[in-house]
Ligand binder design. Structure first.
Ligand SMILES: Cc1cc2nc3c(=O)[nH]c(=O)nc-3n(C[C@H](O)[C@H](O)[C@H](O)COP(=O)(O)OP(=O)(O)OC[C@H]3O[C@@H](n4cnc5c(N)ncnc54)[C@H](O)[C@@H]3O)c2cc1C
Length: 433
């Protein structure tokens, strides 16, 4: 009988030293990537075990901005969940646009939905990860899903046909077997290390710091998220993202090799901009930092790389799927989880778990859906090295409503966004074509 049709994860036998469980899919990590995978495995009726080392609610260093892709996956998993989010203004703040501030200090407001009607739902929202990840975690509960939190994975082994995970939990040892494992265990993924074998420095292409503040002034009335391309942090940026209840998430993100080469102290740089930058400092004059500033890596999708192999798939940060320009990773983690669940269903139905099968069923699908977006964003990311180009586009856009509308449409239209990476786009702006 194919594993997909079996019932809940099977409790097999308590041995003297460990309890043995068997299931169809093991997921390591219960963040957005793990939750996204679990939602769709449950939809397909596939039993699975999710293991996380943390106890939820748990925090994750992030900018806390969720794009339309996040809403899309949640809506596909269960439309009621999205309605729940949109009806909870105490925890979720709808965002209607983005403010870019060019290196010369010129701001450019780009609404996400320039032609919206009263029925239009906000395309994005902000929410603390402490709250959002706990929301996702609570929605994983299903008869097909067994969850272990506060669990320590001590070993992962692969034998033909079987992955075995050894885990310590609540004073007991478990050995869990399945034909398939999904690494949803974030930037420092042990599944990735085990099966792909690379070291984390080569993957972590950017570093970000975030702090929570109250009392920042000058926010956009429609909760636009703000990206400030300050000359001192290029090719990265400083962000200010409004949150519910007068809170805001402020931080900086920059390429790791720039930090290394220029020996940048990112924390100092962030605090320096907040204290001294003529545009930023007045807005923080009465602001209070409510928590310590924390940092984490952003594994960027700068180029295609294998994200599966014999009996395993990687999702979210473990698969390096963060957008290289915007830093968006939550939506891509959920989205890749959704696609990994579909690939797992196919693999279980056909009882094939080989690298070539999973490459076609998973890698090719992920890169078909997200690959163009990544390529364009990687090009835009490289263009940030040229502040004059940024200044030029923003100056022109401030004067031209049709250019502002074009940039606005780029958030939803990939063909339009691709123009940004072509010299002809700038040529047309230059000559007002
Ligand atoms: C500073 C910063 C700002 C960011 N801002 C944004 C933003 O505004 N918007 C956006 O969309 N993205 C943003 N990102 C990216 C986003 O945070 C990640 O892309 C996203 O969290 C990826 O989700 P994930 O589920 O893959 O990994 P994670 O959210 O990291 O979840 C991984 C889970 O795996 C668990 N785990 C790890 N190792 C093990 C183990 N060995 N055993 C068991 N469990 C394990 C962890 O406890 C965790 O729960 C930002 C990132 C950073 C660093």
């Amino acid at each position: 009988m194919p594993a997909v049709f079996s019932n809940r994860s099977l409790y097999l036998r308590p041995c003297m030293n460990s309890t043995h469980l068997q299931t169809s899919v093991i997921i390591i990590g219960a963040g957005p990537a793990g939750a996204g995978t679990s939602f769709f495995l449950s939809k397909y009726g596939i039993p699975h075990i999710v293991i996380d080392k943390a106890i939820f609610p748990r925090d994750k260093v992030c900018g806390d901005a969720c794009s339309g892709k996040t809403a899309l996956v949640i809506n596909r998993a269960n439309p009621d969940w999205l309605s729940e989010i949109l009806a909870d203004p105490a925890d979720y703040l709808p965002s209607w646009g983005i403010k870019f501030v060019a290196p010369n200090g010129k701001p450019l407001d780009i609404p996400f939905s320039p032609n919206r009607t009263p029925q239009t739902k906000a395309p994005g929202f902000t929410v603390t990860r402490l709250h959002f990840d706990n929301f996702l975690f609570s929605k994983m509960a299903s008869p097909r899903c067994t969850i272990f939190q506060n669990a320590i994975v001590t070993n992962i082994t692969k034998t033909p046909g079987n992955i075995t995970v050894t885990m310590g939990h609540a004073g007991a040892t478990y050995s869990i077997t399945a034909p398939l494992i999904i690494g949803a265990d974030g930037d420092k993924s042990m599944v990735r290390k085990q099966f792909v074998g690379d070291n984390e420095n080569s993957r972590t292409n950017a570093i970000g710091l975030r702090g929570y503040y109250t009392g920042i002034t000058g926010m956009h009335p429609e909760n636009f998220i703000e990206l400030h391309f300050l000359p001192e942090v290029l090719p990265g940026y400083l962000w200010i993202f409004p949150l519910p209840n007068g809170m805001a998430n402020a931080g900086v993100g920059i390429l790791s090799d720039v930090v290394r080469k220029k020996k940048i102290n990112l924390r100092e740089q962030m605090l320096n901009a907040i204290k001294n930058n003529p545009q930023i400092a007045p807005r923080f004059a009465n602001a209070t930092l409510t928590d310590k500033i924390q940092g984490w890596g952003l594994p960027l999708a700068m180029h295609r790389q294998p994200i599966s192999g014999d009996q395993f798939m990687l999702t979210g940060d473990a698969a390096c799927l963060i957008d290289p320009f915007s830093g968006e990773g939550i939506g891509n983690a959920l989205y890749s989880g959704m696609l990994a669940a579909a690939a797992a269903k196919e693999a279980l139905e056909q009882n094939i778990f080989t690298a070539p099968f999973l490459k076609t069923a998973y890698d090719d699908v992920v890169y078909k859906r997200l690959g163009d977006e990544f390529k364009i964003s990687a090009t835009l990311q490289r263009l940030c090295k040229y502040p004059w180009l940024f200044n030029f586009v923003v100056n022109k856009a401030c004067k031209s409503s049709s250019l502002r509308n074009t940039i606005s449409s780029m958030f939803t239209d990939m063909d339009l966004r691709e123009q940004l990476s072509k010299p002809s786009f700038y040529f047309k702006i230059l000559f007002n074509k």
